[in-house]
Design a protein around this ligand. Sequence first.
Ligand code: MG
Length: 158
Amino acid sequence: MIKVGLGVDIHAFEEGRPCILGGVRIPHPRGLKGHSDADVITHAIMDALLGAAGERDIGHLFPNTDDRWKDADSVRMLEIVRETLEKKKAAIHNVDATVIAQEPKLAPHLPAMLDRLARALKIPADRIAIKATTAEWMGFAGRKEGIVALAVACVEIP
Ligand code: MG
């Protein structure tokens, strides 16, 4: 059976935090606020994969009350999601994500993101797409208060 899943995540900017997006540390004056490293792209992808596999969301899998995930590398969490899918013999067909952010500029970092996420998911990088758009200066993303990420995943389950 072919199944698709949708993931959406939002994090606010916070001073004094590293900016980690798609598993890559991006040189930027502010990072994102969250219990883990707040990697909004990786979080949206995890929820898309979990949704496609009929699993509960990342808040259930990685509670923000659990110290194990404090400042955690979200790509490590993504590997756990991949293992959850492997247990169901679910094969990841492709993942497509869009980031809505007024800043930072993501284009120069996309190849590194695709490489790191592909290795975590054990799929070729050409099965992952990440696109970036601004919010045209509107709303919280446009005011540079935070970042939104959306992802869909297509999974084949026996
Ligand atoms: Mg999140």
